[in-house]
Design a protein. Structure first.
Length: 206
């Protein structure tokens, strides 16, 4: 009798947390995040108070079971002084480790930087992998994506009702899709240029 009671209690200890932390099959959410990128010559903690080291962005994410798609928009200032937009499309795996309480997220995507025309002397342009600037009229949008840098991410997420919190490490690389399918090959995507620690707060839409 005692063994049966202990067995029932053991099953309940497993099922109750799993049911409490169970996450939905489909999730679409809007989020706002801040990414901290420390300069190479500054220690991690010393650069936290400098607003120039922080980059804010908005994002929308959609998840079906373990597959997740994300679109991130970073307003940014380019070396020329013009204001631009970095658009990043990501595909990732969202692997639950404790229901909705903790999930592991890993993935990658393409980041395209667009610089609009700010004056009569400045024409709209793309910033491609390696920092190369190309006039928008000189290539199609698809060609620009093919030559834009690959981005990687790894992090953890937690969902508390309609609110989700994500902590991730966001990395830009020196590699574009044309490099992956060219001489450099697949492993060149791990040629990381810089990395930023990112914290994102998301609100579930449905």
């Amino acid at each position: 009798m005692l063994k049966r009671v202990l067995a029932v209690l053991a099953v309940l200890c497993i099922l109750i947390p799993a049911s409490v932390g169970a996450r939905s099959l489909v999730n679409v959410s809007l989020g706002f995040g801040a990414s901290y990128l420390a300069p190479d010559d500054v220690e991690f903690s010393q650069g936290l108070s400098n607003p120039d080291n922080w980059h804010f962005h908005g994002e929308i994410s959609a998840r079906l079971a373990f597959i997740q798609a994300q679109a991130l928009v970073f307003p940014m200032e380019c070396p020329s002084g013009n204001q631009g937009i970095l658009l990043v499309g990501m595909g990732s795996l969202s692997l639950p480790m404790a229901g909705s309480l903790l999930s592991l997220e890993v993935g990658g995507g393409i980041g395209l930087t667009y610089i609009p025309s700010n004056s009569e002397q400045t024409r709209p342009s793309y910033i491609l992998a390696g920092g190369e600037s190309k006039d928008v009229s000189s290539m199609t949008f698809g060609e620009a994506l093919y030559r834009s840098p690959i981005y990687l991410q790894a992090g953890v997420a937690t969902e508390l009702g309609p609110i989700a919190l994500r902590l991730r490490y966001f990395m830009s690389t020196h590699t574009a899709l044309e490099d992956v399918f060219g001489e450099k090959g697949f492993w060149s995507i791990f040629n990381v240029d810089s990395g930023a620690l990112s914290l994102v707060l998301s609100l579930k839409m449905f």
